[in-house]
Design a protein around this ligand. Structure first.
Ligand SMILES: C[S@@+](CC[C@H](N)C(=O)[O-])C[C@H]1O[C@@H](n2cnc3c(N)ncnc32)[C@H](O)[C@@H]1O
Length: 221
């Protein structure tokens, strides 16, 4: 298990606000960690039972038929309380590890007894995982406002073997603002990924007008 670093990036002489920007980013992360430390106990009840949260099911349904036969190792990125792994396991028997920066959310996920290993780490930084470890990665609810932008995608792709898959949801309002459209186009143009699936679907059964992209990419580089 890996501890979190709260180190901020040094200000670059060419970017006088670099240090300030880095501090604001760190404060934002602190607030998000604080939110989940409080929310962990009631998260599943509120999202699934009350709102009909669909993102874990969508990414699981998009990924499962594309997985090859045999033993499969999957990394659940921003695993939270484990809803995404639960959704995937309903479709396909796989081994799942989880990564998240909230100890409280990880403890909830651990309590479900469906994960192997957990990594406590910030996914906007290089992951504490050797390159090419996983056959696939899955993520829902992480790429949304105030959370994590497209800068985390190359870190996740590094943990996946060539030919492996990454299935994830992106809240539609951060698709451009969070850099996802640009990042995916750049990775595809550079021959690092192939985009297999990108659909917009309803985020919650009970809230109309809230959408997510469900995306699956294959690591080709
Ligand atoms: C909306 S929850 C999604 C949890 C789960 N995947 C789901 O769909 O229910 C977002 C999760 O991302 C985690 N998270 C947010 N920012 C993160 C970061 N920079 N690094 C690692 N985990 C992060 C939070 O701790 C939280 O567990």
């Amino acid at each position: 298990m890996t501890g979190l670093s709260s180190r901020t990036e040094p200000a670059s002489p060419r970017k006088p606000f670099g240090k300030l920007e880095a501090l604001v980013r760190e404060t934002g992360k602190g607030a998000i960690r604080g939110l989940y430390s409080i929310w962990a106990a009631t998260y599943d009840k509120m999202l699934v039972a009350m709102l009909g949260y669909q993102a874990p099911d969508f990414v699981a349904r998009a990924l499962a038929p594309l997985l090859p036969e045999g033993e499969i190792r999957v990394l659940d990125v921003g695993c939270g309380t484990g809803l995404t792994a639960e959704a995937l396991l309903a479709h396909r028997k796989v081994e799942v590890d989880g990564i998240d920066f909230s100890p409280e959310m990880i403890e909830r996920a651990r309590g479900k007894g469906i994960y192997g290993e957990f990594f406590r780490a910030d996914v906007t930084r290089p992951l504490p995982i050797p390159a090419g470890t996983y056959d696939a990665a899955i993520s829902s609810g992480l790429f949304t406002h105030g959370h994590v932008g497209a800068e985390a995608i190359p870190h996740v792709l590094k943990a996946i073997r060539p030919g492996g898959l990454f299935a994830f949801s992106v809240y539609w309002k951060v698709w451009d603002r969070g850099g996802f459209s640009k990042m995916l186009a750049k990775l595809e143009a550079g021959g690092e990924i192939e985009i297999l699936h990108n659909e917009r679907e309803s985020h919650f059964r009970t809230l109309k007008g809230q959408q997510i992209h469900t995306v699956v990419v294959r690591v080709t580089g």
